[in-house]
Design a protein. Structure first.
Length: 295
C-alpha cells in the first residue's frame, strides 16, 4: 500500500520485492501495527517523507531464508558518528532514518530493515500481540522512564501506548490518572504527566496539575501549538519536555522490563488492502484497540 503524496489515500500496487543491501534483512511481513504517527505522515504533518513511501513502523515478520522472527521499530538507521550517536542519544541523530517515514515500512508483504536495528521478540507473544509493543510500547516506555519515580502519573489520551504503559505503571506500584476528552481539564494533583494526544492545550492542563519539580512529557511526534500560559505554572522547577524516537538501548530495557509481565493488547485486524480503512478508523477515534495490518 503506497503513499504517493500527502493527504491522499494509500494506493494498492505491485512493487518490486525489496532486495537487501549489506547488513539488511529481507522480512516477510506477518503484520504491522498502526500508529498515530502513520496518520501524521499520511496527513502531511511531518516534513519531507520519502515519496512514494510504504508507511508502517511496528513490523513483525520472518527473516527470509532464516527461521527467525524479528520486530522492526521506528528507528531504521543512524549515522553512528555524530555527537548524539556517540553519546548514547542515537534517537536524536540528525541523519537518522525512520521506518515508514524516510525509509520504506511495513504496509506490504515484504520489507527490508538494517539488522542492527531489529529486535528479537519475546517468544510467548504472537506476532499480532507483539507488533504494538514496537512503538506504542517501546517509545511510550521511554516517555514513562522520563517520569522517574513519580508516584502518581497522569496520562492524557488513552490509545495504544497508554493502554500498554498503564499495565507497566501499575505493576511498578504507580497510580495512573487517565484524562480523556471528557475530563481533560479536571484538577487532579500529579507528580508527572505524559501527553499522548496531539493537542497542545493539554500541556497547559497538565502543567496546572503537576506538583513542583514535576515533569510534563510530550510523547508524540506532532502536536498542535501549545497556547501561551502564565509563567507561574512553570515556576517551581516544573519541566516540560518531549520524548523523541527511541534508541536500541530503549528496546533492550523495554523487552527486559516486560519479561516478568504479560502485556495484554486489544487489537482490530485489517487485511493489507484495507489499510486506508484502518487509518480512517484511527483518525475518527472509532478503532477498538490497536489496528493491525495483515498481508
Ligand atoms: Zn548520528
Ligand atoms: Zn509509532
Amino acid at each position: 500500500m503506497v503513499l504517493d503524496k500527502a493527504r491522499a489515500p494509500l494506493t494498492q500496487r505491485e512493487v518490486e520485492k525489496p532486495v537487501a543491501r549489506e547488513g539488511q534483512l529481507v522480512i516477510r511481513v506477518d503484520c504491522c501495527a498502526v500508529c498515530r504517527t502513520d496518520l501524521h505522515v499520511v496527513d502531511g504533518e511531518l516534513p519531507d517523507p520519502k515519496l512514494p513511501l510504504i508507511i508502517g513502523h511496528q513490523i513483525v515478520g520472518i527473516v527470509v531464508g532464516e527461521d527467525r522472527r524479528v520486530g522492526v521499530p521506528w528507528l531504521a538507521w543512524t549515522c553512528g558518528v555524530c555527537n548524539y550517536c556517540r553519546s548514547g542519544r542515537e534517537n536524536l541523530c540528525d541523519r537518522a532514518l525512520f521506518t515508514g517515514y524516510t525509509f520504506d515500512g511495513g504496509y506490504a508483504e515484504y520489507a527490508v530493515a538494517d539488522a542492527r536495528y531489529c529486535f528479537d521478540l519475546p517468544r510467548d507473544y504472537t506476532s499480532e500481540e507483539a507488533a504494538p509493543l514496537l512503538c506504542a510500547g517501546l517509545i511510550g516506555f521511554r516517555a514513562y522512564r522520563v517520569c522517574g519515580n513519580a508516584r502518581r502519573i497522569g496520562f492524557y489520551g488513552f490509545g495504544s501506548s497508554a493502554r500498554i504503559l498503564i499495565q507497566i505503571a501499575r505493576d511498578d506500584g504507580r497510580e495512573v490518572v487517565i484524562f480523556t476528552r471528557e475530563n481533560a481539564a479536571e484538577a487532579h494533583p500529579l507528580d508527572a504527566a505524559i501527553i499522548f494526544a496531539p493537542a497542545g492545550e493539554l500541556v497547559v492542563n497538565a502543567l496546572r496539575n503537576v506538583v513542583k519539580g514535576g515533569v510534563v512529557v510530550c510523547a508524540g511526534i506532532h502536536m498542535s501549538d501549545i497556547p501561551s500560559f502564565p509563567y507561574e505554572l512553570l515556576w517551581g522547577e516544573r519541566i516540560i519536555r518531549s520524548a523523541a524516537n527511541l534508541t536500541r538501548e530503549d528496546g533492550r530495557i523495554f523487552f527486559e522490563r516486560i519479561q516478568s509481565l504479560r502485556i495484554e493488547t486489544q487489537r482490530t485486524n485489517f487485511p493489507l488492502e484495507r489499510a486506508n480503512e484502518a487509518l480512517d478508523a484511527l483518525r475518527s477515534g472509532e478503532i477498538q484497540g490497536t489496528a493491525i495490518i495483515t498481508p
